[in-house]
Ligand binder design. Structure first.
Ligand code: ADP
Length: 397
């Protein structure tokens, strides 16, 4: 059989996404998800061709969950025989990785060195790599980093205005995340618009449960909203995004909170959930708004207002804008969010086409603005496909 597919692992802290992808045409041969690992509700769902299977996996631990996936891939003979590489999403590559790389002992050790920068995610990524190396010892394993795309940011964009020793000695700087998604949608947008990526100035807004925006000039990230951690920047589902850094001491002094409690609140109880008090996901926020829920409306307004402010800020270093890209679950599917956000951005020449926007750009090549407007475009993200393509390129070398 002609080996033509890539196995992709996206190992989160309590879930594992996997896919077997034919990278040239972007065909998903198999996709699956194990979620709520370590809890009584843990389960796996997997789709292969037209068949979907699910199974409860109560209290399964992380390595055993990976083993279930690996057994499934091994037993799924057609896909197994066709796999020529394994691609891994790795959250943090620190300053060491500016591109995707083939994993060897040295690479693995640097990923370990970055654990302090992403203590929830990199350990899960490492377990995924170790188990895949054991299961597929003859296949090249490739790491694709969330941070790598943003390593082209100039120093004045990534240095925090705090004592410089914290950068030199403790790695405190802005790194940025969602790099795989920003890179993918910028490539796609250039193709859809018939432009050369190397001549384009894009702002891409990845709006999912986590949200970030990036300024991408000539195909390179020059600034982004997330920083040392994914907490910085935009308002998200449960994350606050930017707040006054003195909030920590204010809450400590007035309510007796310790730093861990404040960080927990800012990561898990803020954003859309914190303001609305009822939901972290945009679909529910929108249906609550329709019921007249004032706090859900406020959460929506804060989300869009702050998003627009950051998009404006990211246009500054670009000097011009060829297209604003919306992606992620919210960016791809919420006409309301795009309309409200673009309403704030008229000063840059954006003029929404309501019909195109309501159709999520489906019948207009993604474009949701009028002919005479600056371009705003909806581009579905596909991080797994980019990982599969990077793995293909590196495996070929
Ligand atoms: P993740 O960051 O976990 O990958 P997604 O990219 O899937 O998340 O995005 C999830 C978000 O997208 C949720 O807030 C969800 O409510 C929102 N979303 C999905 N579909 C719609 C829709 N039709 N309208 C509004 N929001 C939507």
């Amino acid at each position: 059989m002609n080996k033509a597919s890539v196995l992709v692992f996206n190992c989160g802290s309590s879930s594992i996404k996997f896919a077997v992808i034919e990278p040239k045409e972007g065909i998903n041969i198999a996709t699956g998800l194990v979620q709520r690992i370590g809890s009584p509700e843990a389960s796996i769902k997997c789709t292969m061709g037209s068949e979907t299977r699910s199974q409860e996996l109560p209290d399964i631990d992380y390595r055993s969950a990976l083993q279930v996936i690996i057994d499934l891939i091994h037993n799924f003979v057609a896909a197994k025989d066709g796999i020529f590489a394994v691609g891994h999403r790795v959250v943090h590559g620190g300053e060491k990785f500016t591109h995707s790389v083939i994993i060897n002992k040295d690479v693995l050790s640097v990923i370990r060195d970055c654990v302090h920068l992403a203590p929830l995610h990199n350990p899960a990524n490492i377990i995924g790599i170790e188990e895949a190396m054991k299961a597929f010892p003859d296949l090249p394993q490739i790491a694709v980093f969330d941070t790598a795309f943003h390593q082209t940011m100039p120093k004045y964009a990534y240095i925090y205005p705090v004592p410089y020793e914290l950068y030199k000695e403790n790695h405190v700087r802005r790194y940025g995340f969602h790099g795989t998604s920003h890179r993918f949608v910028c490539q796609q947008a250039a193709t859809l618009l018939g432009k050369d990526l190397k001549k384009c100035a894009f702002v891409s807004a990845h709006l999912g449960n986590g949200c970030s925006a990036a300024a991408v000039l000539h195909g390179k990230s020059i600034d982004t909203t997330m920083g040392l951690t994914p907490l910085e920047g935009l308002t998200m589902g449960t994350r606050s995004g930017d707040v006054d850094p003195s909030l920590h001491s204010y809450l400590a002094d007035n309510l007796g909170y310790d730093v861990h409690k404040v960080v927990d609140i800012l990561n898990k109880k803020s954003g859309l959930l914190g303001i609305s008090g009822c939901a972290s996901d945009m679909r529910s926020i929108e249906s609550e708004m329709q019921e007249g829920n004032a706090r859900a409306t406020l959460a929506f307004d804060v989300f869009c207002y702050r998003l627009a402010k950051y998009i404006g800020a990211l246009i500054v270093p670009l000097g011009k804008i060829d297209a604003l890209i919306f992606t992620g679950g919210i960016g791809e599917n919420s006409p309301l969010v795009r309309a409200k956000t673009l309403g704030w951005l008229k000063v840059f020449g954006f003029d929404l086409d309501i019909t195109r926007n309501d159709a999520n750009g489906k019948s207009s090549g993604g474009i949701i603005t009028t002919e005479q407007s600056k371009v705003a475009i909806v581009v579905p993200t596909n991080e797994e496909l980019l990982i599969a393509r990077d793995a293909t390129d590196l495996a070929a070398k």
